[in-house]
Structures are given as C-alpha cells and as structure tokens.
Design a protein around this ligand. Structure first.
Ligand code: GYE
Length: 334
C-alpha cells in the first residue's frame, strides 16, 4: 500500500513539474500588440446606418415625432434610412424587410398595432440586427427586441380619468374616441381610464368608437355620437388631440359649446390643444412626448457598441389644464 501511494505521489510531482515547464510564458503573436486583443474601438454616430420604420403621419404627434428623428439624425451626422408605412401594417413589414436586406446596424420601429410581428422580428434577429421599439410596444417575446423607448399609456389613461373626474365633479356621460384599434396606446388609454372610473359610479361611458387617431375620423365619429345621444353627452375623452379637435368642430356644428356644454379631455399635449384650451374649447390634455429622436439614437449607439440598456426607457410626462394653457404654450415644442 505504502509503495503504491509513493508511486502515485511521485507521478503527480512529475506531472506538475512537466506542466509548469511546458506552459509558455505570455508570448506576443507576431504583429499583435496587447491593445489589439482588447475590446474593438467604439463606434461613433458617423460609423453607423440606422433604419427607422415609421407607421404613418396621422397626427400632430406623429409629425413631431418624425421631425425629431430626422432632425436629430442630421445633427448627429447619422445615416438614416427612413420609411413611412401610411398607417398600414403590411407596408411596415415590407419596410422592415427592406432594412434587413440593407443590413442596417439597428432597426427602430413604432409598430402600428401590437400583434403580428413575430415573423419579421425573428428575421431581423436571425440577420443579427437589433430592434428598438420606439413609441409603441409590440406583443412579442422580450428576446426579439432590445429595448422599448416610450410612454406609459396605461398611466396616461389613468391621468385622463382623474382629470375628467376633477373637471366634471365625478358626474359625466362620456363618449370616447379611441385610437387605432389594436395599437398599444389605444389599448392602454382605454384600460387606464376605466381603472379610474371604477371609483366614480356617476361617471359613465355612454359609447366608445375608434377615430383612428385622425382629426377627420374624430369629427365623423363625434357627429354620429351627437346624432344618437344629442345633449345627453356631457364629456368627451379622446385618445389624442387630433380627434379632440375633430370633435370640437362637430360639437360646434351641432350648436353646442365644446369645453363648456361638453367637457373635453385628450392626450398628447400638442400646441393645437393649447390653442383650443386658450379659446376655452378644451379642458385638459395629458402629455405624451413625441420628441424621442435624441434618446433613440443614444440608445441605438449603445446597443451597437454592446452596452447594456434597460428593457424600457419611459418618457416623463405631465397633465396640462386650460387655465395654464396661455402661460405654457410658448414653451411647447410640438
Ligand atoms: O398619441 C397619437 C398618435 O403612438 C403615442 O399615436 C402615439 C400616438 C399618439 O397618432 O396622436
């Protein structure tokens, strides 16, 4: 037994000596410096091509959002490949495929609706192109996009509910103009508003229909509501300012006073809403910030350089009341 142990120990000792003797010291490969083995140099804005698949130009908000993206790209010297899907998901999917073929470094997209993105997002992933969701979320698994930069639409709906309760003393017969069916902001602004209404039994939603986030549709739908319910309507909740403005026209044509006979609360806080509030035709607007260009490109560059980014970068937003509109309007940038 003793002998066997001694043999093992000797073998082990030899093995250790051999190992140490044969492990080379660090040797520089020809032409290679230690610096070359460190991280590759960080890319700058001038080195990258960024694609953006915008959903349309349906509202003041969207126009401001597009301007922010284009202007920021220009200021930073970024090559931007931009497309506008004209409120059509098929177009937006085609635009994404085209950006994949062009092998851009990052794809930014505001998905028109939440569903239907799995396939094309997977194609981008397979091509090694990261996706940043901007403004609207998509209903896909978290590994298909790097980050979402945008608002808390549910909270916007709650803010609208709270401010509506305040303006109407908790008593209202409300008609609702919802956004594009199936879009993240329409879904959440609808839900958030109702969460608050649970506490106000005398605030009732009489009817709810889509105005597709446009002024023209908002006006048409409001005309329909007025024809059906007439003076029974005491308030309008519009998912964006454009539809609220359409509703204002319809209410005036019907012979009632918007902002007085029928209270109006909407979302976005575009300059046109401040003008309407100053004119006494609207009561409050919930801020939703479209000026996302600077944050978007900053995130994109971080992603390209392999830096960590949070899964959601929320925008900071307030509520604006008619009484403060005149003072605040000059400070508004959209
Ligand atoms: O509120 C509306 C626009 O997605 C947050 O889309 C955006 C919404 C915005 O058409 O005006």
């Amino acid at each position: 037994m003793k002998l066997r142990r001694m043999v093992y120990a000797t073998l082990l000792l030899f093995a250790l000596i051999w190992e140490t003797a044969c492990t080379p010291e660090y040797v520089e490969a020809p032409g290679q410096t230690p610096a070359a083995q460190a991280d590759p140099p960080k890319k700058t804005y001038a080195d990258v091509i960024i694609g953006f698949a915008q959903l349309g130009a349906e509202s003041e908000w969207r126009v401001a959002n597009t301007a922010s993206i284009k202007e920021t790209a220009e200021e930073l010297g970024i090559e931007l490949r931009f497309s506008d899907a004209q409120q059509n998901q098929e177009n937006q999917i085609l635009a994404m495929r085209s950006l994949i073929v062009q092998r851009v470094d990052v794809i930014g997209i505001s998905p028109i609706v939440e569903t239907g993105w799995n396939e094309v997002f997977q194609e981008a992933k397979d091509a090694g192109i990261p996706i940043i969701l901007l403004d609207r979320r998509a209903d896909v698994s978290e590994d298909l996009y790097v980050t979402y930069l945008g608002s808390d639409f549910l909270e916007e709906g709650r803010k609208a509910g709270r401010v509506m309760a305040q303006i109407t003393n908790g008593q209202a017969k409300i008609v609702e103009l919802t956004g594009t069916p199936g879009s993240a902001p329409a879904i959440d602004r609808y839900k958030g508003f109702r969460q608050i209404l649970l506490d106000y039994p005398e605030m009732r939603i009489v009817d709810s229909q889509t105005g597709d986030f446009t002024r023209a549709r908002g006006r048409e739908v409001m005309e329909g509501f007025l024809n059906t319910y007439g003076k029974a309507i005491t308030a309008v909740y519009a998912h964006n300012d454009d539809m609220a403005l359409g509703a204002i026209t319809a209410i005036e044509e019907y012979g009632l006073k918007p902002g007085v006979d029928i209270k109006i609360v909407s979302v976005d806080a575009a300059a046109v809403a401040f003008e309407a509030m100053i004119a006494g035709k609207m009561n409050a607007t919930i801020e939703c910030n479209p000026l996302l260009g600077p944050q978007f490109f900053e995130l994109a560059l971080k992603v390209i350089n392999g830096e960590d980014v949070p899964k959601w970068v929320p925008s900071e937003e307030s509520v604006f009341m008619a009484v403060d509109a005149a003072e605040i309007l000059p400070t508004r940038k959209y």
